[in-house]
Structures are given as structure tokens and as C-alpha cells.
Design a protein around this ligand. Structure first.
Ligand code: BG6
Length: 481
């Protein structure tokens, strides 16, 4: 068999966003609030995503300004989508990942009829993308659900939420299946093990095992809902592709001590559990022991096993920002996405402490391909950094170019290794609000947005040096790196 020499010709070069960080328009056209929009920006730089209480949520719902909630304002894609998509077309994107805000379609989550104004908004987005030949990659839930579902029934902890979600997905699939070919169900579904922002269930302050019980039950309901969504879209359009999405954390043993190696294997299993269920259609055995050790008894309905088996995904997608080390001995840890990672002395970290590990991406790609034999899709990867605007209005972000270049190089190596990689949507083509810290100044874009942490600025878009670099990478299909 011939060894591939580089990226396939139909490779989906792209960029990724999420509704709650990008759109703004949080209270327009009947939209309801979501978890992301009731979580205030904290002075503590570290994530403050899970510390919600019912009282804090109700106070946030009563607050009708965006002053404390930057994700409510996003970067105004809601009004600027035409010029933003024109810029993405100029960049040369073949694919654009975005999420649909469930609360635009069902503001409270429990209605029987959808909100037409919300549906019309995404029609305009998909039509504009299609006009430029950019493939939409749609996440059905990116850390957002109608906040009313938290208040009424503790989010995904309640099995009834499955029905609300499947009513939403049925409406969305019926409406857009002619315009969208690629779907994914829950963004970073494993983030639900970290709580509220992903489960919509309030568990702040409970003892650890109780928290875990709530979270894994919520996750089980998400698995079932995801498997139903897979069946819905396949029934409607057998050619549509629907994937699962994992926050992948490559984990190394800190030392060759077998106890460290075993601990790293367990950490890896706890990460891959989410993909195992959604790709293979059943729970893996190793989780039984973990559940027993944490007094977790999951409530399975009689039909759940069959639903999971019938709802296997077509591809596996994941975010990749950083890697981790594991040891049975005490060792240093650092921030890593929504969680913490063991420090690796061989790696440098970003200004936010996220360790940068391009080779880890190649290792991960090989491991995931070996394990699942399903097409892989990197749907987030990028560098959060402070950018400086020069006096003549430019941004020389060579650090971002370095980061992206090194990761793309390793993707190419993995393809030559034989991995089936379908695309890469870097996070994020246009600056947006950081999820874990709600900062604007933590920027990922190749396009700068003139807005500061307090929401001041013209919102003008400015191409950074990385824009021209990525444009050339896409134009040459990854030959010029
Ligand atoms: C991913 C999320 O975990 O990381 C995105 O899916 C998020 O929503 C991205 O924005 C980067 O994290 P942060 O906290 O720097 O915005």
C-alpha cells in the first residue's frame, strides 16, 4: 500500500467557534439564557465555571445587563455574520465549526413549538456559508442549554431533559439537513465530569462522590440523547456524518515506575470512556470498578443499552490543546483547559499555564486511530495569548504561527503514519470570549477583534500576521508550513 505524502485533497481546513462565546445577541429575538450567560466573570483567572448555585443563577437571570457576563456580548457575530463569513472565505476556510444555541430555538427548553426567529438566524448563517462554499460543521450543544432547564429540573441530571433535547434536534435536523452535512452532538462531552457548565446541573459544594453521581448520571443522559440524535439524522439523511467530541488529554506517566504507568493508564481510560461509549456503543468494563469505588450507581432505563448500541457515531472529533503527566507521588500541576494537568519538565506552557505539546498530537492521533478505526477530526486547537496592536494597526503574532505550524506538522506526520484525519478546525479564526476565564484578552484568532475585557472597543476586525500564514497553508493544502 502506498504511504500518504501529505494532506488529502478533500481535507477540511477550518476554524471553530461556539455560540455563547461568539454570537452576542443574548437577549434578541426571544432567545433564552444559557449556563454560559449566567456565569459571571471572576477576578480569579482560573476557571470559575462550576461554582453556580440556584441563588446565583436566579440573580443572574434577573440581571438584564451584560456588564458581569462577557459571554452575553460575545463579539457580535449575531449582527456581523455577513462580513465575518466573507473574511473567513478570504482566509480560504473549507469548513467552519459553529454551535447552535439551543435556547435560540427553544428559549425555555420545554416549549412544544420552536422559536422561528432563532431558526431563521441559522438559516442565514448556513446560506451565507454555502454561498462561499464553506462547509458548516455544527455542534448541537456547546456548553449551553436553556437555563430554565437547570432551574426547573437540574439540567441533564433529569432524564426528562432527553426528551427536550431530542425535540430540539429533530427540529434542527428537519430544518437544516439540506444545508449541513457534518454534525456533532456535545462539545467536549467529558467536560461534564467537571460540572455545571456542561451538565447544567447544580452540584456546587456537595461531597465529591455525590457530585460525581450527579455528573455521571447527567452524562449517561447525554449519551442516550446523543445516540438518539445519531439515529434521527441517519433516518433523515443517510449520507450525513455525525460525530462525538472529546476534550482529549494525552497523558504520560511521569516516570517509568509501573505504578505511574498504571495511574496514567487509568487517567487515559477516564478520558477515553466518553469516546468508548459513543464510538463502540456500550460502556467499557473498566468503568464498573471506578463507579463502585465512588459509590456511583447509574440509573439505566431498560432500553438504554439498545439505544446506545444503535447510536454509534460516524467519526470521532476532539479538541487538543495540551497534555498531562500522571504520578502516584505528589507532583506539580498546572492549568489545562477546564481541568488541571501534571507538569511535564520537557514542555513549555502558554501564558495561561497550558503546556504545549505538538508531538503529543501525533501520539494521540495514532492512539485514537488504533483504538477506534473511525475517521478523526481535530475540531479545536490553538493558542490563547495576549496580542498587541502596533501603532500602524498590525498584530505580529509569530508565537501563534509557531504554535499552529508545529501542530499542523505533527498532523501531517500522523497522516503519513496512516491515520485517517478528515479535517482541522483551529480555535478560533476570529477572537472571541475565552470560555474558562471569560476574558477577551485571551485571544486565539487569526483575526483580531477590537474589544477589551470590559466590552469597550469598536468591534472592528483586523487581520493578524497569522491570517496570511494560515491562508497560505490552506492554499497549498499544508505544503507551505
Ligand atoms: C475548549 C472549549 O475547551 O477550549 C472552548 O470547547 C474554549 O469553548 C476552548 O474556548 C479554549 O478555552 P478557553 O478557556 O481558553 O477559552
Amino acid at each position: 500500500k502506498q504511504i500518504p505524502t501529505g494532506f488529502p485533497t478533500d481535507f477540511l481546513w477550518g476554524g471553530a467557534t461556539s455560540a455563547s462565546q461568539f454570537e452576542g445577541g443574548w437577549n434578541l429575538d426571544n432567545k433564552g439564557l444559557t449556563q454560559a450567560e449566567v456565569t459571571p466573570k471572576s477576578e480569579d483567572r482560573r476557571m470559575n465555571i462550576a461554582e453556580a448555585t440556584l441563588a446565583s443563577i436566579e440573580a443572574a437571570v434577573a440581571d438584564t445587563t451584560d456588564a458581569r457576563y462577557p459571554k452575553r456580548r460575545g463579539v457580535d457575530f449575531y449582527h456581523r455574520y455577513e462580513s465575518d463569513i466573507a473574511l473567513l472565505a478570504e482566509l480560504g476556510l473549507k469548513a467552519f465549526r459553529l454551535s447552535i444555541a439551543w435556547a435560540r430555538i427553544f428559549p425555555k427548553g420545554t416549549e412544544s413549538e420552536p422559536n422561528e426567529a432563532g431558526l431563521a438566524f441559522y438559516d442565514k448563517i448556513f446560506d451565507t456559508l454555502n454561498k462561499y462554499g464553506i462547509e458548516p460543521i455544527v455542534t448541537l450543544s456547546h456548553y449551553e442549554m436553556p437555563i430554565n432547564l437547570t432551574i426547573e429540573r437540574n439540567g441533564w441530571f433529569d432524564r426528562k431533559t432527553i426528551e427536550d433535547f431530542t425535540r430540539y434536534t429533530e427540529v434542527v435536523f428537519q430544518r437544516y439537513h439540506d444545508k449541513v452535512n457534518y454534525w456533532m452532538t456535545f462539545n467536549e462531552i467529558n467536560a461534564a465530569q467537571w460540572g455545571f457548565h456542561a451538565t447544567g446541573a447544580v452540584d456546587f459544594g456537595l461531597p465529591e462522590n455525590e457530585q460525581l453521581s450527579i455528573r455521571y448520571q447527567a452524562i449517561h443522559h447525554q449519551f442516550v440523547a446523543s445516540a438518539i440524535a445519531v439515529q434521527q439524522i441517519h433516518a433523515l439523511d443517510p449520507d450525513a456524518k455525525i460525530g462525538m467530541m472529546l476534550a482529549r488529554m494525552q497523558t504520560y506517566p511521569l516516570t517509568p515506575n509501573p505504578a505511574d504507568v498504571q495511574a496514567a493508564q487509568l487517567a487515559d481510560q477516564l478520558n477515553l470512556f466518553f469516546a468508548d461509549v459513543q464510538v463502540r456503543g456500550e460502556y467499557p468494563e473498566y468503568m464498573n470498578r471506578y463507579f463502585a469505588a465512588h459509590d456511583i450507581v447509574l440509573d439505566f432505563a431498560p432500553e438504554d443499552e439498545a439505544t446506545l448500541a444503535a447510536g454509534k457515531v460516524d467519526y470521532m472529533s476532539f479538541s487538543y490543546y495540551t497534555s498531562s503527566t500522571t504520578s502516584v507521588d505528589t507532583h506539580d500541576v498546572t492549568d489545562a483547559n477546564m481541568a488541571m494537568a501534571g507538569v511535564n519538565p520537557y514542555l513549555k506552557a502558554s501564558d495561561w499555564g497550558w503546556q504545549m505539546d505538538p508531538v503529543g498530537l501525533r501520539i494521540t492521533l495514532n492512539e485514537l486511530w488504533d483504538r477506534y478505526r473511525k475517521p478523526l477530526f481535530i475540531v479545536e486547537n490553538g493558542l490563547g495569548a495576549v496580542d498587541e496592536l502596533t501603532s500602524d494597526g498590525q498584530i505580529h503574532d509569530d508565537y501563534r504561527i509557531d504554535y499552529l505550524q508545529q501542530h499542523i506538522e505533527q498532523m501531517k506526520e500522523a497522516i503519513i503514519d496512516g491515520v485517517d484525519l478528515m479535517g482541522y478546525t483551529m480555535w478560533s479564526p476570529i477572537d472571541l470570549i475565552s470560555f474558562s476565564t471569560s476574558e477577551m484578552s485571551k485571544r486565539y484568532g487569526v483575526i483580531y477583534v477590537d474589544q477589551d475585557d470590559d466590552g469597550q472597543g469598536t468591534l472592528d476586525r483586523i487581520k493578524k500576521d497569522s491570517f496570511f500564514w494560515y491562508q497560505d497553508v490552506i492554499k497549498t493544502n499544508g505544503e507551505n508550513l
